[in-house]
Structures are given as C-alpha cells and as structure tokens.
Design a protein around this ligand. Structure first.
Ligand code: NAD
Length: 482
C-alpha cells in the first residue's frame, strides 16, 4: 500500500486513531478501489497542535529559505505528474491529459508563490513630525486551515497550501472525501522536500464531523475554504467566535453574453469548452448563455453541432473529451434541473440522457445537454447545476442582457463575446462578479486575483492578493533621536 493513502500529521503518514476508513469509488466503473483513513476529532486536534508547534520555526525562516522548499516541491510534483493524474482520473473521472494539466498547475503555483513570497516588501511612510517614520510590515498570521472540494482536488488545494507556506504559515488541510488520493500524493511531493514536521498536515474524513474542529479551533487563525455556498455559510459562522480571517470561494451561476457583433465561431468554441469541461463540475462553468435575438437560432445550431461532436468515455482509456461525472448525486441533480425546465416549457436541444453502449452501462456518464426557450423561473437559470447542462436564452439589447446576467445571488464570474469596445466596457463595469472574461472562456490565471462577489464569497486566491490572505499588517512608528 502506498504511504500516501494515509493522513499526513506532524511529519508522519498515519491512520485514524479509531482505524476507520472511507472508501473511494471510481465514477467510470462505480467500483470501490481504495480507502483512506476516516479521521476523528482527536486526529484533527493532533494535526492542529503539530501545526501550532511548527509555526515558530517556519515563520522565522526567510521567504527565500521557504521558497527553496516550494521550488523543490514544484519539481517533485512535475516529475510525478502522470502518476498523480492517474489517481485523479480514477477518483474524479476527468480525462487523463486534463488531470495531468491540473497537476502541473499545482506544480506551477508552488513555483509562483515561492517567487511571490520574496516580494512581500512593506512600506515606509513619512510623518509630519520630524525624526519619526512609520513602517508597515507584514507577518504570517499563524496556523491556516485549508478546506477544499473534489472537483479540482489538487489545484484548489495547491492554491491554498502554496500561498500559506510562502507567507510563513503552517497548514492543516482537510481533503475532499470523494477525491483524497491525488491531493495526498501531491502532499507527498511537498513532504519529500524534508519539510520540517508539522509545517504541513493533511486529514481525511467527513467534512461535517471534522471540518468544524478546524474552523472552530482558536489555534487556527485563518480559514481558506472552497466549496458550496451552503457549507461556506456554516464555515463562516463557525469562525466568528475566534475572529478568524476567512476567505470563501463558493458556488457560481456563470452567465455568458454573446453579442450580435461577436465572432460567432469563437463564441461557440468558448461556450462548448467552458460549459462541459470536467462535465460542468467547475465553479466557473457556463450555466446560462444569453444570445442576441438576431443570432439566437444560428448560435444554437452551431453550438449543438459542436457539442454533439464531443467524445465521452473512461478518462483512463483513449482520449475522450469528457469523462463521467464524479458522483451519482451530481448526476441526479443534473437530471432534476433538466426535468424542471422541461416541465416549465423549455425544449431539449441535445443530450438529456446517458450515452448509449455497453461501456456506459456502469459509471456516472451523461451526454452534455443544451436547453432552449428557458426562463429565470427554471432551476437551470437560477441555481448552480454543477453538471453538463446549459440553458440558452435570447436577449433584445445589452441592457436586458446585463440585467439577466445580474439576476442571481451569485457573483463569481461572467463571460462576454463582442467585437465592440463600448460593449466590452459596459460588460466589464456593469456585471456584478469578481472575474470577467472577454472574448475568451477562462476567467482565471495564477498571477491575477481570483475571488467572488455576493453569495460566491469573498477574499482572494491567486496573485499577490492570494498571499496577503495569510498575512497580518503591522504599523510601526519609529522615532530617531539626534
Ligand atoms: P462542499 O461545500 O460540500 O464541500 C467542500 C469541502 O468542505 C469538502 O472538503 C467537505 O468535506 C468540507 N465540509 C463539509 N462540511 C463542512 C463543515 N461543516 N465544515 C467545514 N468543512 C466542511 O462542496 P463540494 O460538493 O465538495 O464542491 C462543490 C462546490 O464547490 C460547488 O458549489 C462549487 O461551485 C464550489 N466550488 C467553488 C470554487 C470557487 O473557486 N469559487 C471552486 C471549486 C468549487
């Protein structure tokens, strides 16, 4: 058995104190293929104590010294990228090349924050009084709790771990129960750098049972959480008593606006990529597409043709465009959103069923699906489906498109396609979301801040802002005598 199938606490690979296990299922075959420990409260407390003890030594290193660990970790991850990707495809379902791309992004962010850590400078501020200067310095906040979901099991964890370690914090990570193996292997690569014991700890187990041990502990000074809005609210409530610094990357309901003057083929390509990549199980998956009424029919025709051409299969065999969904619950929710829309008058343009064939008898496979004639009373247009489903609706003018895009409690990201400078400016300014992508379908990049508005949360990951989340600001007023 690989040592990375255990938890990592205080520099050792360990089982749960009670010996309980969680079973891991392959969503392409529905077979159990592995287990990880099911932590109890005592295991998590042990991890928090180890992180607290290690903080003093780790935070006293210079950022250049910490950066050496992170750079080495990045190289270790890159060397094992295929191996980690295979675990990810087996537990999450995404095609192998895509999984490897995700692992390499994990390697990349370790390298990026090794560098960004060296750029935490501080400021010197002139005072009115003679011989007095104000200095602003930044210090690591302490033990950081990192809680991440299953859909991007390595990348979303890496954003947190890399920023926290670079800032000088120690970490207790709570890994997703559906997909713990690839993140454990990723953590193994960081541990291999001879990282001092206790600096990085990872526990596996039930979120509702052990999550609150981390969020409620006064020893943990910062929580970085990515997950659903409902759980995000519980996390925030649990952080109140100990006044923790919190960042929440929550759900979304991403609108895409296709203006009449857009390059249609590029918009169709972008919509296909961003609606169905990872079977729509991305917080920034396109959920709702608003197309100018004069090009609505043409867009739907081209979009359906492109979506029909996507291949589906077990991500470990061949090179399918799409794998299975990760969970049966996710599949059921997608079907529920389709039925809800059909009952309220929408029409199915494509999909809505399992693909046919022997190889799809088992596994959470589903065809990428498109609905037309949708409205905002339908779940597909007002709730996050988190599945391979998109609703397409016409609009008359940009005022209406922007109003529809903003008609949601979420505010994570939006996408616009237009050739007009003026329309681009309006989309940029008037859409209420933390990330806007114009004429491209990817509103996230590691060296620029990524975060949501409204019910999509607050705080940032990526960029210098992602590092600031792990720092406290201190003002020092110094007087010099002549
Ligand atoms: P989830 O909220 O169910 O779980 C997220 C993590 O929280 C898991 O590790 C889970 O075990 C843990 N958890 C559960 N209950 C907890 C509690 N009471 N206290 C502390 N931790 C607890 O989400 P999920 O189903 O794993 O992931 C899907 C959701 O994540 C979607 O809503 C999606 O939009 C969101 N997401 C957001 C982003 C973003 O950047 N905004 C990125 C990816 C996913």
């Amino acid at each position: 058995m690989l040592k990375e199938k255990k938890m990592y606490i205080d520099g050792s690979w360990t089982d749960s104190i009670k010996g309980e296990k969680i079973e891991i299922i392959n969503p392409a075959t529905e077979e159990f293929f592995s287990t990880v420990p099911k932590a109890k409260r005592e295991d998590v407390k042990k991890a928090i104590n180890a992180a607290e003890k290690a903080f003093s030594g780790w935070s006293r290193l210079t950022s250049i010294q910490r950066g050496r660990y992170l750079r080495q970790a990045s190289e270790n991850v890159a060397k094992k990228s295929r191996e980690i990707a295979e675990l990810m495809t087996k537990e999450e379902g995404k095609p192998l090349d895509e999984a490897e791309g995700e692992v390499m992004k994990g390697a990349d962010i370790l390298r990026y924050y090794a560098e960004e850590g060296e750029r935490v400078y501080g400021r010197i501020i002139e005072n009115e009084e003679k011989n007095i200067k104000s200095k602003v310095i930044y210090q690591p906040i302490g033990v950081a709790g990192a809680i991440s979901p299953w859909n991007y099991p390595v990348e979303l964890l890496a954003w947190k771990i890399a920023g926290a370690l670079a800032a000088g914090c120690t970490v207790v990570a709570k890994l997703p129960s559906e997909t713990p193996l690839s993140p454990l292997a990723f953590i193994g690569c960081i541990a291999q750098t001879d990282l001092p014991g206790g600096v990085l700890n990872a526990v596996t187990g039930s979120g509702s049972e052990i999550g609150p041990v981390i969020t409620g502990s006064p020893k943990v000074k910062k929580i970085a959480f990515t997950g659903s809005t409902a759980v995000g609210k519980q996390v925030l409530r649990n952080c109140v008593d100990s006044f923790k610094k919190v960042s929440l990357e929550l759900g979304g309901s991403l609108p895409m606006i296709v203006c009449e003057d857009s390059q249609m083929d590029k918009a169709v390509e972008g919509a296909t990529y961003r609606s169905y990549r990872n079977m729509g199980q991305i917080c920034i998956a396109v959920n709702r597409i608003y197309v100018h009424e004069n090009i609505y029919e043409e867009f739907l025709k081209k979009f359906a043709r492109k979506v029909k051409s996507l291949s589906i299969g077990n991500g470990l065999k061949g090179k399918p465009d799409l794998g299975p969904m990760c969970t049966e619950d996710g599949l059921e929710k997608t079907k529920e959103h389709i039925n809800d829309a059909l009952n309220k008058g929408a029409q199915l343009v494509y999909g809505g069923e399992k693909p046919k064939g022997e190889e799809f008898q088992k596994g959470y496979f589903f065809k990428p699906s498109i609905l037309r004639d949708v409205n905002h009373d339908m779940l597909v247009m007002n709730e996050e489906t988190f599945g391979p489903l998109v609703g397409v609706m016409p609009f008359k003018d940009l005022d209406e498109a922007i109003e529809l895009a903003n008609d949601t409690n979420y505010g994570l990201a939006a996408i616009g396609y237009t050739e007009s400078l003026c329309k681009s400016k309006r989309l940029t300014k008037e859409i209420q979301a933390g990330n806007i992508s114009l004429n491209n379908p990817s509103p996230g990049v590691i060296n620029a801040p990524y975060g949501g508005w409204k019910d999509s949360g607050f705080g940032h990951e990526h960029g210098p802002e992602g590092l600031e989340e792990y720092l406290l600001t201190k003002h020092v007023r110094e007087k010099y005598f002549d």
